[in-house]
Design a protein around this ligand. Structure first.
Ligand SMILES: NC(=O)c1ccc[n+]([C@@H]2O[C@H](COP(=O)([O-])OP(=O)(O)OC[C@H]3O[C@@H](n4cnc5c(N)ncnc54)[C@H](OP(=O)(O)O)[C@@H]3O)[C@@H](O)[C@H]2O)c1
Length: 268
């Protein structure tokens, strides 16, 4: 049996597994021979992808319709997966609303906290407990380059991604002694439906080129088991290395805010 499947199989659960990077996780995991539980809110893309992966890769798939911000989401996911051995959890879903902090509705801010912070906390606790009991498994918490510092226009989202970054790193340290690999994975701008829907404007060279979801996800799967944190893309890694080591915090926040303002301010 393939070493990846032996370590992280037989089932993976991809929270937010129907589109963009989430679909790429589901597809690449099915290609590696893992059965996949795909969780999302919209039925049609979820069920279509689940059917096509099962047919193309001779694996089992289980689409689960759930809102990861719902108060009872853990009960829903537990009922849907109780008969399965989930060896890999990918928490990919996120809610993101762009705008100046005071202009974004409070309910959107709270939904970002629910989907991006409460959701991974619940699922890491639930599936992590079972992985530790089995002595093997993997957890990828999808954070973001935006989680390394504050930015104008995406303040709440960036703060939730800082939570994901720190949570994934802490899990790496605590769980590795129990046979469970955790990773805080940090994509930069990636060509997904969710990102394109924010309608980002060109920034005049302030930001690196958009990455492809398949390329980004391949990096995450390759990085699992090799350290606490991985930044997607060589250009992003180089930029992060230089910016985080050389710039004072104040200059870093100002520079990153110039980028997000150039991308979004005129429209908000
Ligand atoms: N794209 C980028 O440029 C970029 C950059 C840095 C970090 N990231 C991070 O990468 C991850 C994925 O990126 P993306 O935002 O571009 O999205 P994506 O992978 O294209 O799709 C998001 C997935 O999450 C699902 N989802 C969203 N809210 C949900 C909810 N409340 N309950 C259940 N499922 C939900 C969506 O399906 P439904 O719509 O059916 O719910 C979809 O399957 C996120 O964690 C994001 O923060 C993205």
């Amino acid at each position: 049996m393939d070493a990846f499947r032996a370590r992280y199989g037989p089932w993976a659960l991809v929270a937010g597994g129907s589109m963009g990077m989430g679909a790429a996780y589901s597809r690449q995991l099915a290609t590696r021979g893992l059965n996949v539980v795909l969780v999302a809110e919209a039925a049609e893309p979820l069920e279509t992808l689940a059917r096509s992966l099962a047919a193309e890769h001779s694996v089992q798939t289980r689409p689960v319709l759930a809102d990861l911000s719902a108060p009872d989401v853990l009960a829903v996911l537990d009922a849907a997966t109780r008969d399965l051995e989930i060896g890999l959890l990918v928490y990919n879903a996120a809610h993101s609303v762009v705008g100046r902090f005071l202009d974004v509705a409070l309910e959107d801010k709270l939904r970002m906290v629910e989907v991006n912070c409460r959701g991974p906390l619940l699922l890491c606790h639930h599936f992590g407990t079972r992985m530790v009991a089995r002595g093997r498994g993997g957890i990828i918490v999808v954070a973001s380059l935006s989680g390394f510092q504050g930015h104008a226009m995406v303040g709440t989202y960036a703060a939730t991604k800082a939570f994901d970054l720190v949570l994934g790193e802490a899990l790496w340290e605590e769980l590795r002694g129990h046979g469970v690999d955790a990773l805080a994975f940090c994509p930069g701008a990636t060509r997904t439906p969710a990102f394109l829907a924010t309608n980002p404007q060109p920034t005049g060279g302030l930001s690196p080129p958009l990455m492809d979801p398949d390329e980004t996800v391949a990096e995450a799967l390759a990085a699992l088991g090799h350290g606490p944190t991985h930044i997607a893309g060589r250009t992003n890694r180089l930029a992060a290395f230089v910016l985080h080591r050389l710039l004072p915090r104040r200059s870093l926040v100002e520079l990153m805010s110039r980028t997000t303002r150039a991308m979004y301010e005129r429209r908000h």
